[in-house]
Design a protein around this ligand. Structure first.
Ligand SMILES: C[S@@+](CC[C@H](N)C(=O)[O-])C[C@H]1O[C@@H](n2cnc3c(N)ncnc32)[C@H](O)[C@@H]1O
Length: 322
């Protein structure tokens, strides 16, 4: 989204996860810094005069993950921010999501020691903190948010022309009837084959957006992790069919994928077959590129976690004469 807008394109982005939607919509419609700072001031004033939240009903994890004073502010904002409908409040929610968890040596994160990329599971996290004698730092959420807003918006809002939707890829065309036959470039990175469960990995950020205070599975995105290649390729075929009507005559589609338990050549061949079956006339525009993945941030927290070892970038366009 952001890259497209910075390049002067108009952009439409869709993801089934409310987390991806919130972060992307915040980039599609960035408010001015002054608007964010005055909204933060109003929220802080309201917070000072409000009752403290309902910390007591939360699972034990939260007592160890956040300092009590920090958690009160997080609960207030969780309850208060109308991120679905207000662009300014959505931008503030996106800043909260970016700071919700991360490494304690940085002053920009609210939580006890955690990776910033994914939220570790509750029981594991509590055991990890106990074993390492780690306690949650006290952070003033409003101070962190002001500093993050200044950082993100100091060079101005992103250009206009972006829109985001929280939508299953299979039905994305129905969301933007005005774009039918007009999309010139698709850049997509679908869930990788048998690699990760975003819903589980992002459970704490999803909680902040109103979901359960614990990891959930297939409540938000049942296609996150297909362990069966047949189901996986059936899903991707459905996703390509879902966007087919949006593609213009000269459209280019770029897809980034990864997998465990399958070599890049095999993955590229299956991807190309899925596209050939569903997007008539589309073929590979050059050899796919493979990049090896090294040094994942989660490794130091979850030694032995088996991840994806490579990523594949493949570009497709309509082949003339077909
Ligand atoms: C590899 S990530 C890519 C995220 C993001 N597009 C990016 O490039 O940073 C895969 C994304 O697919 C989303 N997803 C899973 N199932 C989906 C579906 N049926 N329709 C749309 N998005 C889906 C997940 O929520 C996740 O954000």
């Amino acid at each position: 989204m952001l890259q497209s807008l910075l390049m002067g394109r108009r952009a439409a982005a869709a993801d089934i996860s409310p987390l991806a939607y919130c972060l992307t919509a915040a980039k599609a419609e960035t408010p001015a810094l002054e608007g964010v700072l005055s909204e933060l001031e109003a929220l802080e004033e309201l917070w000072r005069s409000s009752e403290t939240g309902c910390r007591a009903v939360l699972p034990e994890f939260f007592r160890h993950a956040f300092h009590a004073a920090t958690l009160d502010q997080i609960l207030f904002l969780r309850d208060r921010l109308n991120w679905r409908h207000s662009p300014v409040q959505r931008f503030i929610a996106a800043l909260c999501l970016g700071s919700l968890h991360g490494e304690t040596r940085s002053p920009n994160y609210f939580s006890n020691q955690m990776p910033r990329t994914i939220a570790t599971k509750p029981d594991y996290s509590v055991r990890y903190w106990a074993a390492h004698g780690q306690t949650a730092p006290e952070r003033d959420v409003f101070t962190v948010l002001r500093s993050r807003a200044r950082l993100r918006l100091s060079s101005g809002a992103s250009p206009a022309g972006g829109r985001a939707a929280c939508r299953d890829a299979r039905s994305v065309a129905g969301r933007w009837p005005d774009l039918v036959g007009r999309v010139r470039l698709v850049v997509t990175s679908p869930p990788y084959l048998d690699v990760t469960r975003y819903e589980e990995d992002q459970w704490l950020r999803l909680w902040f957006l109103g979901h359960e205070p614990r990891p959930t599975y297939s409540q938000i995105s049942p296609d996150d992790r297909h362990t069966s290649p047949d189901h996986y390729w059936a899903f991707l075929r459905d996703a390509w069919r879902g966007l087919a009507s949006l593609l213009g005559e000269d459209a280019v589609l770029v897809c980034r994928l990864g997998a465990t338990g399958c070599e890049p050549d095999e993955l590229a061949a299956d991807l190309t077959a899925s596209i050939a079956d569903t997007l008539p006339g589309f073929g590979l525009a050059g050899a796919p590129r493979v990049s090896r993945i090294r040094g994942r941030q989660t490794r130091s927290f979850r030694p032995g976690s088996r991840g994806c070892l490579y990523e594949l970038d493949a570009t497709y366009r309509r082949c003339s004469g077909i």
